[in-house]
Design a protein around this ligand. Sequence first.
Ligand code: C5P
Length: 297
Amino acid sequence: MNTTRRGLKRKTLSLQAPAKVNLFLEILGRRPEGYHEVRTVLHAVAWRDRLHFRVRRSGIVLEGDGAELGRRNLIWKAARALQRKLKRSPGIEVRIEKRIPSAAGLGGGSSDAAATLRAMTRLHGIEEDPHWLAEVAASVGSDVPFFLEGGTALCTGRGQRVVPVVPGRPLDFVLVVPEAGLDTPAVYRAFKPSLTRRTKDATPFLRTWAEGEVRKLGRALFNRLEEPAFELAPELGQLKRRIAAMKPLGTLLSGSGSAFFALCADRSRALELADRLRRSGLRARAVRSERPGPSRG
Ligand code: C5P
């Protein structure tokens, strides 16, 4: 989809890239290539990086604050993956206003990558076939396809198979971000499969949400990666207890961590909890559910 009219092609575009939380994450097993088969509910939240794109004839240039600007940045990888797929080299320059903390399980890098794919297809007038764009996104990272649409989705496979979900009412959270991040591969490696344990289905969770039972939803939040993450970083287990002691409806590690989110009954309770957490020395921020769809910056 090219949003510009012929002959009036834009040279610049600004997009906002939201964070996500995993409201539910179960691991179903190990895949032959070493990744894990997951069943996860991803939900975009309103904490956003801002990306400013400018067309170049060729090459990839990244600039900005608070982000690694080299080839390890997922923005760079996304731009490169798109160039490879097209077998030509539409160039892009990206100024990054990084707001979402890295290595926190909040998907900031993946969201930036998805925004880059969207921006490049628009700015270069590339026909957007959703299938091949999702394929390019998946080659950049497991969570990148989700961010092409955002909103709420049940994701399976290694996370790249995305089925949009009609969400229940918008939710209010507090995100708590520890100083130290966690390394996603290390957390997955520390996961110990059990032959006797039954895997959890996401359907009861989604039903509770659809029924609007936010209190019950707090108790239904689930993340199989908490155990290995707490094993790697025991201070995170303590942090969870500290947040839980302030009585949100529920609190959970997001993805592979190290950030937690706490679910609150409404916005004023979220603001109050964020304030208390900050006064106890933690980095905390009240956020709401993001509205679906990519947003202009
Ligand atoms: O796909 P992505 O690059 O985000 O994954 C980072 C790492 O996390 C992978 O290299 C892998 O070690 C681990 N991972 C996994 N199973 C998944 C997703 C990620 O083991 N479903």
